[in-house]
Design a protein around this ligand. Sequence first.
Ligand code: KIV
Length: 278
Amino acid sequence: MPPPRAVTIIMVESPRIEQFKSLKGQRKIVCLTAYSAPMTHALDPHCDLLLVGDSVAMVLYGMDTTQGADLDMMIRHGQAVMRRRQTAVVIIDLPAGSYENSPEQALATARRVLDETGADGVKLEGGSQMAGHVARLVESDIAVLAHIGLLPQKATSKSGFRITGRTAEEAEQLASDARAVCDAGAFGIVMEGIIEPVAASIAANCPVPTIGIGASPACDGQILVTEDILGLYDGFTPKFVEKFADLQTDIGAAAAAFHEAVVSETFPLEQHLFWPKQ
Ligand code: KIV
């Protein structure tokens, strides 16, 4: 793995990304995941950033980890989201196996994702080890959201999803990961599964927005998986999730009502039918 570059990279940023960065210190930044057109239509007015996350593999495809997401999947969902995006920044995850080998591989993958979707930038997982990759993308005018702490693409079903920052070594590693991706030019950092004081200290010292998920209220913003906050995901729900709706129950109730209407022959009604023209 090439060592992180020592120089600070300066890029010309799109107005959307500049606007996003300017929120730091103004108000908290609101981010959610989106994988589909109708969900984007509903979320866009309420979000500063929509992430087409590789969590799509777990949430929509029922896989055990995010590692099942592939490039075609990410591009398809990115295109669906971009068809309904109005104002939010849209960022697409580079899936596991599509970028880690070298900065050039990351560049080729990110270019394909952005050319085929028109999204605003990409996210990739990893701190210091990925700083060279981040710098290569930023030099090529690609906006990069970094992701440090708990890295779902590296979590096996054996290692699980482990909270980090509990030891002095881990805390120092996280702080240097944040510095490395910042120096490489990331426009923001997702901080996942980091103990609160460590996350708060990184947020306080970071020049770009920090977006927490299982991290700290001191982060500049928060992100969660949309299906988690809607109570729509039927798998494991982490402690850091708050459910703001219970759509699994609502959908079950709607399906039961449809069942009842069909078997009792109260659906379809006159207004649902087509007749020959007179
Ligand atoms: O894939 C994803 O949804 C993510 C967020 C939860 C940060 O990476």
